[in-house]
Design a protein around this ligand. Sequence first.
Ligand SMILES: C[C@H]1O[C@H](OP(=O)(O)OP(=O)(O)OC[C@H]2O[C@@H](n3cnc4c(=O)[nH]c(N)nc43)[C@H](O)[C@@H]2O)[C@@H](O)[C@@H](O)C1=O
Length: 353
Amino acid sequence: MDLNTALADRPVFVTGADGFVGSHLTERLVDLGADVHVFVRATSSGELNNIRHLTDSLTVHRGDLRDQHSVREALASLRDHSGIIVFHLAAQAHVGESWDRPYETVDTNVNGTLNLLQSIVDLDLDVTKVDTAGTSEEYGNVKEEMTDKHDRGEDGRVLLSERSPVNPTSVYATSKLAADFLTMNYHDAYGLPTVTTRMFNNYGPRQNPRYITGTIITQALEREIVELGNLEPKRDLCYVQDGVRGHLHVALAGSSGEQYVYGYGENISMRDWTNLILDVGTDHGYWERPEIVQDEGRYRPGDSDVEELLVGYEKLNEETGWEPQVSWEEGIQRTIDWYANNTDAWYGRVDWR
Ligand SMILES: C[C@H]1O[C@H](OP(=O)(O)OP(=O)(O)OC[C@H]2O[C@@H](n3cnc4c(=O)[nH]c(N)nc43)[C@H](O)[C@@H]2O)[C@@H](O)[C@@H](O)C1=O
């Protein structure tokens, strides 16, 4: 797919552009010559963190997704544009924190998505695609009575795809599933050209260190121990730039009304992921191998932590040719390098949880 010609001068609207995945997507869209409009949260300082370096190339709208007026006002500025692509990435995205701030999580992720969809309809915007970012967390744990409803790989492991049953186990996952359904409802009712994407775990530069990869790396850079919670769960971890390419492929070549899931296509226990990161950092001289200390206070409540996620991304691959390009070793090295060279972004300020 020739992303260059497809996106040159194309009006795009990105929510959550100052977040982790959003900032990488915004950077790529600017590189590709798109006409990029971003919707970011209005902070008291007015400062942007992750897209500060791009502001000259962007139209920045400040507001709050939970406030329909601010969403509508930002979108209204695109009334005269045609062929708009909307990437909806803004969310309260931390699973653990969705238990600490459940109302804010539902308000942002559910009502926020509704505000966006309803505003697009009310303004009668000329959109060619609305991509709502969902999550692998929507699959949750495989229910006993659902085992025969799942696809399996040759080794018998459950492969999660667009066909798989969902079973969200956290406020975050349920809020994202609701957002998925709302997006599909607006496709079915009003013919909005929507797609829903379910990304498996992303990691990479600029990720908030409260997620496991940053938690490991920042502790290893700052002290002699790495304190972590439950290391049994398995995750399918995809380097953020591969994730961004997935969004672009779906937005440009995916079919409206459809869902697409994607990730790395292999999973790893959080214990092995921790050891891999610590090995890569030790081998490249970033630290002397720290000790792993387990802290039960960091566990998610009850049975809510998802045990195992592994993607089957054939649909996206067959329809658009997408596949991941960055290996774990390479992605981890780039990620450690970013944290090591950008200590001002996190040093002394991380609540490792
Ligand atoms: C696709 C999905 O991906 C992410 O959700 P997540 O998988 O919950 O990500 P995480 O990095 O917070 O946890 C991964 C695993 O690691 C375990 N774990 C152990 N010890 C620590 C620890 O100290 N910190 C954290 N954060 N996790 C820990 C934790 O219990 C869990 O089993 C989000 O980006 C989300 O937005 C999203 O959509």
